[in-house]
Structures are given as C-alpha cells and as structure tokens.
Design a protein around this ligand. Structure first.
Ligand code: ZN
Length: 424
C-alpha cells in the first residue's frame, strides 16, 4: 500500500497519564450534576453517565461489567480458573458538592488501569481481579454515608430506604428511578470467601506526604473518632451593667474550653487530632453577656486507646472549667467509631511494593478521614495506599495530583498484585 500513510493500530499502554486524564474528563458535565464544577451525588444524572463511561473503560480493559443491586459498578477480570475468588480493588465514584476530581475516582480508575496492564500481556492469577466503584461514600445526597459499601459488606444496619434527600426524594424512590429492584438490594452483599482482600488507593487529603516529599504512603489504620456536642449554660445579662465578677459568661467558658482542646491535641502523638468545628452563641448580641453556648469536639487518633485518653483528658479539664465558672455543662457523645486497622500482612506487602517502585522505605501513616475500606474491613482484610495531593487540599475544585505520582501509584498497585499472588 505504497503511498498511503498507514499507521499501525496500537492500544496505548497502561499509564498514569491516562488515569489522570480520565479523572479530569469525569470532572465536569455530563459526569457532574453541576455545570460549573463537580458535584456527583449518588444515583444522579452525572452518576449514571459516569457509570456508563467507567463500564466502557472496564470493558476495554478486558473485564466483564455489571452494576450491582445497590448501584455500584463492578468489573471482573477472570483468574486462571473461572469463578475464582477475587482480589477487589476500588474506591468511590460519588463526590461532594464543589468536589475535586481525584477524591475516590482516582482509586477506581487506577484499579481499571492495573487490570489493563495485566490484560495487555495476557497475565492471569490464581484469583480474579475485580474493580469496584462504590456509589455513596461521601453521604452528599442522603443523610448517611457509605451506604453502598455497607450493603456489600453486609453491615447495612442503621440506614433505611425511607430516608430522603434535600429534595424530599426517598432512597427507595431514587433506587427505583435508577432501575434497581428494591427487593433485591441485599444481593449486592458479597458472600464471605468470594473476595480475598480489598485494596483502596486514595488521595491523602492531608499534607504529610507533600511535606516529606513522597509520592505515596501506606495506611496502617483508619482513625478512631469521637464526636461530642457540648452545651454550656451560664446567665445572660446586660453587657453594660453586669459587673465582671458577677458574670457567668458561657462564651468565655467555651473559649477556655476550645483552647484546652487545641492544647491537648497538640501535645499528643502525631496521629492525634482534636477540633472544635462548630460554635453557636446565644443570644448572640453585641450588648448581651452570652448565656448559652453549644460547640462540637471531634477527636481522632490511630488507635482507640490514644483517642480515649485524649478525649478523657479534654472532658475532665472542661468539667473543671465549668465548675470554676459556675457553668451548667452538658456533654453528649454523638459519634463513636472504632479505629480500623489495615491488615498487617497486606500492609507489609504494600510497603514492599512501595520499596520496589520508589527504592525508598515506605512512609506509613494513619488516615484521619473515613473510607469505604473501614466498612470493607468487616468483610475482608483491607489495605490502603495514599497518593500525595497538592497542599493536602480535597473536597475542593483545587484538588490536584501529579501525573508522576499517579504513575508511581499505578506501578505500586501492579507490584502489590504480584506480591499478593506470591505471599497470600
Ligand atoms: Zn474519598
């Protein structure tokens, strides 16, 4: 065919660049419900378009694809023998409002690329590789989070299908509208033994890896969390006439308490964090001594023991502050999540994979944020890989990761799969 410019048909090799480009593509309409940026709530229009696109990429990578009974997209690359249990790789496809393009999605697209890398050379394992895109991790549509991983892991207690979104649409109606059979939802549950382990790659959503100049890190545990609602009741009075020594100022007491939370948080180990994120002051007038204050305390650490010790110390000091200032104190524990340790053996393998790829010892860190992995740990051993994100920013359109770091993550995950074959 002399004279014709015939280019050979080539399939592009798996690459971090393609992973990065795919996340970027999914960062706006029609994969977002917000024309201005990224908002991809569970079961919305953008969510449906995203599942279709991911399904096509999974299929291109050599996987059979299904949407399970709760709306997760799942691709499967068979092992040497058909119907073998799988190594499950994934993260979530939903986003918060004004979200970033890599939170969750990066882990799903990386999973597809890992499979593409093996499929391209015809490599199969004694186990299947499955990639899952979880539907609801963020809880940005319904007043509950991790609905779909909880269904998959068989720990669905605590949420019911009658809960409604901001438009008054029930979860049941949204599932039916999406074309899912309400009676069959628990079919999404994975039977014990069908999955050998769950691996999740996710942006760090914190500044540690960037500060230390590392592309990736290995997660040892997802933090234990306590969240408290604290009320302080003093006595409101005229700001002009109430003598200082007679005051029972609820806000001044709260200010002292907030300083205590920060001081104890700073004094603990590196994985301890303590935050007052919300404060309400009543009556909230410039000329009135505050009579009532409500604030929240969020305490997290890599182990329950560290969290409990810090929370105990904080509450003890706040009781002293209230007593000294004649303030009526109320403390309610609103959230109590145990630490989720990642599987020790899998963590070692992930550390080895990081050493193999980067030539440097792996940085091991605790995840302060919750992830689907903490739910999946109820079902199978889990491992997590963190990827450096710029300035630690997430849940923000400015969220950014570098293509080079994505490439490191891709090579780490493919190496992990080979180590898993050898050692599990
Ligand atoms: Zn996430």
């Amino acid at each position: 065919m002399v004279g014709l410019d015939m280019q050979p048909i080539t399939v592009p090799p798996p690459s971090g660049q393609r992973v990065h480009a795919r996340c970027d593509l999914l960062g706006h309409a029609p994969y977002s419900d917000d024309a201005q940026g990224l908002f991809r709530p569970y079961l919305g229009a953008g969510y449906r378009a995203t599942l279709d696109r991911i399904a096509a990429w999974m299929s291109d990578a050599g996987m059979s694809v299904r949407v399970d009974a709760i709306g997760n997209v799942v691709g499967r690359y068979e092992g040497i023998a058909p119907d073998a249990p799988s190594l499950l790789i994934g993260s979530h496809v939903d986003s918060v409002r004004h979200g970033g393009r890599y939170d969750g999605m990066l882990g799903v697209i990386l999973g597809i690329e890992v499979v593409a890398a093996f499929a391209r050379v015809g490599r199969r394992f004694p186990f299947a590789l499955e990639v899952i895109g979880f539907g609801d991790e963020e809880g940005s549509r319904f007043p509950a989070a991790m609905l779909t991983s909880r269904t998959v892991a068989g720990v669905r207690d605590g949420f019911d299908l009658s809960m409604v979104d901001g438009d008054g649409i029930s979860l049941a109606a949204a599932l039916a509208e999406f074309g899912l059979d309400l009676a069959a939802i628990d079919d999404a549950r994975i039977a014990p033994g069908r999955v050998l382990a769950y691996v999740e790659a996710h942006i760090e959503q914190g500044p540690v890896l960037e500060a230390e100049g590392r592309a990736v890190g290995v997660v040892s545990a997802i933090a234990a969390q306590h969240r408290y609602r604290v009320t302080m009741q003093g006595m409101a009075g005229h700001a002009g006439t109430m003598a200082m020594h007679l005051r029972r100022d609820a806000l001044a007491a709260a200010a002292e308490a907030i300083g205590t939370v920060e001081r104890i948080g700073r004094a603990g180990p590196a994985d301890l964090v303590a935050t007052v994120g919300r404060l309400e002051v009543l009556p909230g007038a410039a000329n009135v001594v505050p009579g009532d204050v409500m604030f929240t305390i969020d305490v997290r650490a890599g182990t329950n023991a560290v969290r409990d010790a810090a929370a105990g110390e904080i509450l003890s000091e706040i009781r002293d502050i209230a007593a000294r200032r004649d303030i009526v104190l109320g403390v309610a524990l609103q959230q109590d999540l145990d630490a989720t340790p990642c599987d020790a053996h899998l963590t070692e393998l992930m550390e080895q994979a990081v050493v193999d790829v980067t030539g440097a010892p792996a940085r091991v860190l605790v995840s302060g944020a919750g992830h689907d992995a903490m739910v999946m740990a109820h079902l199978v051993p889990v491992s997590m890989l963190f990827i450096r994100c710029e300035k630690g920013i997430s849940h923000n359109p400015a969220e950014a990761v570098s293509t080079a770091d994505v490439e490191v993550a891709l090579r780490t995950l493919t190496d992990f799969v080979c180590l898993f074959e050898r050692h599990c």
